[in-house]
Design a protein around this ligand. Structure first.
Ligand code: FES
Length: 123
């Protein structure tokens, strides 16, 4: 049912937790199931230097959270904003149809954190 990558990221999630010195925090909820994903990140010189996630959700949501942190770490703000939920699901080798909605949180949470960063910065 799940790809090896999904199972790997679920069993060994990368970048779990809260970033103490974050300058951007975003949280989104999945209206379909009520699950929540929180992203905290630190941008320096327009590059995402560090990022962590906390997800109160299903295995697919944990895997997509983990994957998106890996995809945007070290990227510029513009590059990270261009990452879509679909791209995250594809990077995981796809998700079963009934779990596709679970990937709707990952990129959205990163974008929310980047918006928070931009607001704090005064952009
Ligand atoms: Fe809620 Fe997957 S069931 S995110």
């Amino acid at each position: 049912m799940y790809s090896e990558k999904v199972i790997d990221h679920f069993n060994n999630p990368r970048n779990v937790g809260d970033l103490a010195d974050a300058n951007g925090v975003g949280q989104v909820g999945n209206a379909k199931c009520g699950d929540i994903m929180k992203i905290s990140l630190r941008v320096e010189g327009d590059v995402i230097q560090d990022i962590k996630f906390k997800t109160f959700g299903c295995g697919a949501a944990v895997a997509t959270s983990s994957m998106v942190t890996e995809m945007v770490k070290g990227k510029t703000v513009q590059e990270a904003l261009a990452v879509t939920n679909k791209a995250v699901a594809e990077a995981l080798g796809g998700l079963p149809g009934e779990k596709l909605h679970c990937s709707n949180l990952a990129a959205d949470a990163v974008h929310a954190a980047l918006n928070d960063y931009a607001e704090k910065k005064g952009n």
